[in-house]
Design a protein around this ligand. Structure first.
Ligand SMILES: [Zn+2]
Length: 443
């Protein structure tokens, strides 16, 4: 079988994915439609998001969910058939397509109303199952915060008060966001062989929805140039940790670098599947996990260097008390554990073990939600139930994977860049066996 045959199977995957966005509007967060794209009209709003970052109109139409279900099942059979005689060099690509058409099929079943157990849901959507967390860690970290944080009151009250002290004043937000974006951009360009053209235009504005951290407007792309405007929400509670996490993760060296690598690979190969990134897929778990990990890699995986940056750039520009920076290593640990707390809250409610009220009380108990907002927070999390598996757990899977391949940070950057352009397998990243094939026709 020729590559042309495989390309047409891959194109079916892309068409079905785009059609599904009619029923699943947040699914597609990157789309390369052709070799380049330009926004040619100013008729858009800076008040709400559309996904992907521009309207794909007619591409969404023509199939019901039932059609998508049946066609994806047939496509899966065709890929399995193709695999029987596929040459070794195509094997990662065929397996990637099989994984992704499987994710699409499961997500379609869910949209049609099927409820599957949480771990099975994340296995079928992301090729990841998070082991049950050690709940003692929630109590331990709270106690540790109670002892280390300044002020009076219960450990929970101290945690909430500390979070308040990390809040960036509104009038300093633009300066903080711009400079943090610049620092991460410079690190990404210095550590990888990527374009220097992708520094986004950073803006701050009040967005109507206070839960929306930012809003992006894509103005165009071509090969290694992505023109983005990022509007950060002045109503969002930006703390030091959220700024650092959001900038490194959402832009460079995180998602924006991933988009660049996929765009270039799509143009260099004409592989249709490189043109889409679906939220409910193992590619998404890869980019979420690696984007979060890349924040640490940016500081040589050293907490001390990360905290130096936070103190000298973020605390400084925000006018915050720099003396508090010494507590950031503990705070980062708490934030990591809080992600696992949210994972357990969503898993237990999804599986019917906890009521919404119980999950809400759990979130409030550890200050993972503000007092009185636990149920609301839980409902907000339930918009994307697998989020904490595809983000927080995936970050730790990627950390263990990188460290198992090499502890040399320069080599980890090279590996990260190659993974972004590869047909990665989250399952093989989790069991640490994945090595991207080197295609000799790619740079
Ligand atoms: Zn993300």
């Amino acid at each position: 079988m020729t590559e042309t045959a495989l390309n047409s199977l891959a194109q079916e995957y892309v068409d079905l994915t785009i059609c599904k966005t009619r029923y699943d509007e947040w699914d597609l967060y990157w789309l390369t439609e052709g070799p380049f794209w330009r926004r040619t009209s100013m008729r858009f709003s800076r008040d709400y998001k559309i996904f992907p970052d521009y309207e794909v109109g007619l591409l969404k139409h023509g199939r019901t969910l039932q059609d998508i279900l049946e066609e994806s099942a047939r496509l899966l059979e065709n890929l399995e058939q193709y695999k029987k005689t596929a040459p070794e060099i195509q094997m990662q690509r065929v397996n990637y397509l099989i994984d992704h058409v499987g994710h699409l099929h499961t997500r379609t079943r869910m949209l049609l109303g099927e409820h599957i157990p949480f771990n099975e849901m994340t296995r079928q959507l992301y090729c990841l199952v998070a082991p049950e967390y050690d709940y003692k860690k929630f109590d331990d970290i709270l106690e540790e915060l109670g002892q280390a944080l300044p002020g009076t009151g219960t450990p929970k009250e101290k945690a909430l008060a500390f979070q308040e002290k990390l809040m960036i004043p509104r009038d300093r937000l633009l300066a903080v966001m711009r400079q943090t974006t610049q620092v991460f951009h410079d690190i990404a360009v210095a550590r990888m062989d990527i374009s220097h053209n992708n520094m986004p235009r950073v803006r701050v504005r009040e967005l109507p929805d206070e839960n929306m951290a930012f809003l992006s407007i894509l103005f165009g792309y071509e090969y290694d140039r992505i023109e983005y405007e990022r509007n950060f929400n002045l109503k969002y509670p930006w703390t030091v940790d959220r700024v650092v996490e959001c900038i490194g993760h959402e832009m460079e060296p995180g998602h924006l670098t991933y988009f660049e690598m996929r765009l270039k690979t799509m143009i260099d190969t004409c592989w249709p599947e490189m043109g889409v990134i679906s939220q409910y897929s193992s590619s998404s778990a890869f980019t979420e996990g690696s984007a979060r990990r890349s924040v640490y890699m940016s500081f040589d995986n050293s907490m001390d260097k990360l905290v130096d940056f936070e103190r000298e750039v973020v605390f400084d520009l925000a006018g915050l008390d720099k003396g508090l920076a010494q507590l950031m290593p503990l705070w980062h640990r708490y934030c990591d554990i809080s992600g696992y707390g949210k994972l357990e809250a969503t898993r237990n409610t999804w599986d019917g073990k906890w009521s919404k009220e119980e999950a809400g009380a759990f979130l409030e108990k550890y200050a993972f939600a503000l007092p009185g907002t636990g149920v609301d927070a839980l409902e907000h999390l339930a918009v994307d139930d697998g989020h904490f598996v595809a983000h927080d757990y995936a970050r730790d899977v990627l950390r263990d994977y990188f460290d198992s391949v090499t502890t040399d940070v320069d080599q980890q950057w090279k590996l990260y860049q190659r993974l972004c352009a590869s047909h990665m397998s989250m399952k093989e990243i989790q069991d640490k066996t994945f090595r991207p094939v080197a295609y000799d026709f790619l740079p």
